[in-house]
Design a binder for this molecule. Structure first.
Ligand code: IPM
Ligand code: MG
Length: 360
């Protein structure tokens, strides 16, 4: 069956990293004779510049009909002062909500060869391998009512942090199942000491743990988890959290591995449709210089093969090519410890050489 892929390079280094990813994708299509239908559209600031909005109806329609969306990054200083609805981030939030991409998988792992790039001491960080499962279409990001009230004194702004039991159950299920396939440890993170919504979250997750006796469940308060991630990150296997805490914890976890340029992510809905994006942003300060690291984007393609394109084997091959690439000593600027480094456009050809060699 034909699989449909939508490529949304976005802004800044999003463009460079997706073009590297495309090289790997087209190589595999060719090698395997894959039946893929591929479209590419603008998104974020570049879509705003051309069409006056960060996400057009046409692009959203194509996205809804795609199996996998490969998303680069959006944003840049030239769009920072736009009104809310026109800001590049709205494209991301709109795609997540419209496609119901509630399950955000954010792995944070370390290639031990890169331990010196981590801000933490080697012995703390070695063998890091965490999966953060972040709820992505609910919580305070989307809760109603919300707003800014200007005609009262004092003026105020407000949001609503809300989760219903179905939303908690479906994300917890993803997390328990992920834990079963890993080290069977799940830590659920909230602020049950302060927030009712968190207390409720904890009770539902606890109730569900009876269905997963093989998984060791723990609960932690989000501020403590932020600290523990830095003190002793290897205590974690899978972490599940709501939208806001998951946003923060996944940034901390990504930083531990030394380069945010290495880490992919997947956002899935209940029909295995997924949006795949690197953890890093659009980095406008280095855009166009050929020094961006495209590995996170290419690793996101690996996740797309695994979760939405029905080819786990190809996902694994990309991941193992990345491991070999690192063990061969190739380094882009962000992970290089010397003056020498590989340019963005040299990465895909090197990975393709490894994919070819390994296939022989
Ligand atoms: C992320 C980002 C987004 C979020 C922003 C850009 C809206 O920080 O994907 O983590 O807060 O979800
Ligand atoms: Mg974030």
């Amino acid at each position: 069956m034909t699989k449909k892929i939508l490529i949304l390079p976005g802004d800044g280094i999003g463009q460079e990293v997706t073009s590297s990813m495309n090289e790997v994708l087209y190589y595999l299509i060719d090698e395997q004779g894959l039946d893929f239908q591929i479209s590419e559209r603008k998104v974020g600031g570049s879509s705003y510049d051309e069409f006056g909005k960060p996400l057009t109806e046409e692009t959203l329609e194509i996205a809804k009909n795609s199996d996998a969306i490969l998303f680069g990054a959006v944003g840049g200083p030239q769009w920072d002062n736009l009104e809310w609805d026109f800001r590049p981030e709205q494209a991301l939030l709109g795609l997540r909500k419209s496609l119901g991409l509630f399950a955000n998988l954010r792995p944070a792992f370390l290639f031990n060869e890169l331990a010196s790039a981590s801000p933490l001491k080697n012995h703390i960080i070695e063998n890091l391998d965490i999966l953060i499962v972040r709820e992505l279409t609910g919580g305070v990001y989307f809760g109603e009512p919300r707003g800014i009230v200007e005609n009262e004194t004092p003026k105020y702004g407000f949001n609503t942090m809300v989760y219903n039991e179905d939303e908690i159950r479906r994300i917890a299920k993803v997390a328990f199942e992920a834990a079963i396939n890993r080290d069977k440890k799940l830590c659920s993170v909230e602020k049950a000491n302060v927030l009712e919504v968190s207390k409720f979250w904890r009770s539902i997750v606890t109730e569900m743990s009876e269905e997963y006796p093989e998984v060791e469940l723990s609960h932690q308060l989000a501020d403590n988890t932020a600290m523990q991630l830095v003190l002793n990150p290897n205590q974690y296997d899978v972490i599940v959290s709501g939208n806001l805490f998951g946003d923060m914890l996944s940034d901390i976890a990504a930083t531990l591995s030394g380069s945010i340029g290495m880490l992919p992510s997947a956002s899935l809905n209940s029909s295995s449709q997924g949006m795949y994006e690197p953890c890093h942003g659009s980095a406008p300060d280095i855009a166009g210089e050929g020094i961006a690291n495209p590995i996170a984007m290419i690793a996101s393609l690996a996740m797309a093969f695994e979760y939405s394109l029905g080819r786990v084997d190809l996902g694994r091959r990309i991941e193992s090519a990345i491991k070999i690439f690192i063990s061969q000593g190739h380094r882009t600027k962000d992970i290089s410890t010397s003056e020498e480094f590989m340019k963005t456009q040299e990465v895909a050809p090197a990975l393709i050489r490894i994919l070819k060699d390994e296939n022989e």
